[in-house]
Design a protein around this ligand. Structure first.
Ligand SMILES: Nc1ncnc2c1ncn2[C@@H]1O[C@H](COP(=O)(O)OP(=O)(O)OP(=O)(O)O)[C@@H](O)[C@H]1O
Length: 221
């Protein structure tokens, strides 16, 4: 398995009870997994533990055979090779689409960076939009730019936090299919969190339902 989360436990310092209790999950390479749960079930906490913004009290996380965290080891967030797309996309408003995507690239010369940006623009169907600013794009286009920025450095894992919370309900349906196509074309391994069953069904290969920091059910879509 590509991502392996084993017996993960976590408690915020100001709470009595554990927020995450014995969470176990494996994800195969190229798979899209949804963690589905109500508000407060612990979805964001799991993302924070994966990215390294929080450290578990017990348990282990492996990505691509590499240990990210256990009792003795803690790999820093910037060294985990994880790409994150936030609910609000967090694009830089003063940077063009091209510059936003390029921001994720620190290796390589100008030409190779430009080639990578062009490939990503093609992937997200935004060729011709490179000189636009985020406020000149639709919500769905902004989301795709945020995804391209996260994909740019070829991360081992992409995390999506409530990918459609910012989008018009009417537009969501076509955008969901488009997003799934992009993720599959990029052959990336993806873990997304959502409270919306329809989003989980439309995007993922497998759904994990979460309640009070515990997996309730796992099923194939
Ligand atoms: N910094 C914190 N300190 C203490 N408790 C926290 C903190 N952040 C979250 N919690 C608590 O941990 C639990 C899980 O929160 P989390 O944000 O992971 O849930 P979620 O499923 O992502 O919810 P939502 O869908 O509303 O974003 C909740 O009970 C929440 O109140």
């Amino acid at each position: 398995m590509y991502v392996n989360i084993k017996q993960l436990h976590f408690k915020y310092s100001n709470t009595k009870q554990e927020t995450i209790t014995d969470f176990n999950l494996t994800v195969n390479k190229g798979e899209i997994i949804s963690i589905l749960g109500r508000s407060g079930s612990g979805k964001s906490t799991i993302l924070r533990l994966l990215t390294g913004l929080e450290s578990p009290s017990k348990g282990q996380i492996y990505i691509n055979g590499q240990i990210m965290v256990n009792d003795q080891i803690f790999i820093k967030p910037e060294d985990r090779g994880i790409g994150m797309v936030f609910q609000d996309y967090a694009l830089f408003p003063h940077m063009t689409v091209e510059k936003n995507i390029m921001f994720g690239l620190n290796k390589g010369n100008r030409k190779s960076k430009k080639d990578r940006v062009n490939d990503l623009l093609e992937l997200i169907n935004l060729v011709g939009y490179e000189k636009r600013y985020p406020h000149e794009l639709s919500g769905g286009q902004q989301q795709r730019v945020a995804l391209a920025r996260a994909l740019a450095p070829l991360p081992s894992l992409i995390l999506l936090d409530e990918p459609f919370s910012n989008l018009d309900a009417e537009l969501q349906e076509s955008i969901r299919t488009e997003l799934k196509d992009i993720l599959k074309k990029a052959s990336t391994t993806t873990l997304l969190v959502t409270h919306d069953v329809a989003v989980a069904k439309a995007l993922s290969d497998r759904i994990v339902t979460l309640d009070k920091g515990n997996i309730m059910n796992v099923y194939d879509v």
